[in-house]
Ligand binder design. Structure first.
Ligand SMILES: Nc1ncnc2c1ncn2[C@@H]1O[C@H](COP(=O)(O)OP(=O)(O)OP(=O)(O)O)[C@@H](O)[C@H]1O
Ligand SMILES: [Mg+2]
Length: 268
């Protein structure tokens, strides 16, 4: 890993022309470029299979464990080139991921999970995590598998914060959570950012991600199809139609048949 500055001041994370394949058959990313300016929240939106998780895996260095390979392009943060670096170096450079699907250690306690994220973390880092997520302090001695989905997400984020990231990578933090819990997670992401951590946020909940972020990219089949300031994307007809589910056409009406558990569109 090169220790010289590799990206211009003010950029926390930079991805240039990134191409990723899984084996010979699947080219998951083609020439993806994006920037996370220091202190900002940047969102990556896109449908299932668009390549969002692949992008996160490539940045955090775990791609090889999923059978993937960076075949072109560069990833760098303020201090270092990260392309193809091993995960521990990437964490040491300040880029830390809370992975898709939480991936907490179910048989370990909340406390042990947090220690796994940053064994040598000073007391103030642990305090920051417990201040952000008081429920984790309450459940400190409980096995992680007994937490709810939302609490496990908090633990996954808390574990990532224990490594004192400059850039926090969040892969679908609200997936599968009830709206109220999703809002709570989103508010906490905003607070983490307010405290100075840059965030790269992958989300399928486009409305929430655009509210939370300064700038957003839309991935479509492995390419950046669209990018811009989040407020502009949220106001764009194309984004509203394709990604926010807002349409100028009348919403389809569904009608049930009494006694039959089946939904049927009305005749035109
Ligand atoms: N380990 C793997 N081996 C082979 N192909 C993979 C692997 N992981 C992902 N892919 C493929 O790469 C493409 C991008 O997948 P990826 O998981 O990055 O998408 P995603 O945007 O995160 O989707 P989702 O919204 O469902 O999480 C898809 O075609 C997927 O089938
Ligand atoms: Mg994914």
């Amino acid at each position: 890993m090169v220790k010289t500055p590799t990206v211009r001041d003010g950029t926390a994370l930079s991805v240039r022309d990134l191409t990723v394949s899984y084996g010979r058959a699947v080219r998951a990313l083609h020439g993806v470029s994006l920037q996370v300016p220091r202190g900002e929240v940047v969102a990556v939106l896109g449908a299932n299979g668009a390549g969002k998780t692949t992008l996160m895996r490539a940045i955090s260095g775990v791609l090889r464990f999923h059978g993937g390979l960076v075949t072109g392009g560069h990833i760098s943060c303020a201090e270092a080139r990260l392309t193809k670096a091993p995960p521990h170096r990437i964490v040491a450079a300040g880029v830390v991921q809370a992975p898709e699907g939480r991936r907490v250690f179910g048989r370990m306690t909340v406390e042990e999970n947090l220690r796994a994220g940053g064994f040598h973390a000073p007391a103030e880092v642990r305090k920051r995590v417990f201040d952000l997520f008081p429920i984790l302090a309450e459940r400190r001695t409980q096995r992680a598998s007994l937490l709810s989905g939302g609490e496990q997400q908090m633990l996954a984020m808390g574990r990532a914060l224990m490594a004192r990231p400059k850039v926090l990578l969040l892969d679908e933090p609200t997936l599968g959570l009830a709206p109220k819990m999703a809002e709570h997670i989103a508010r906490t992401v905003a607070e983490i950012n307010r405290q100075g951590t840059s965030v790269l946020l992958v989300e399928q909940n486009a409305a929430l991600a655009l509210r939370l972020s300064n700038y957003a990219y839309v991935l479509d089949v492995g390419e950046v199809a669209l990018e811009g300031p989040s407020a502009e994307l949220a106001a764009s007809d194309e984004v509203r139609r394709r990604y926010l589910g807002v349409s100028d056409e009348p919403a389809p009406v569904f009608r049930t048949r009494r006694g039959i558990a089946k939904w049927e569109p009305t005749a035109p």
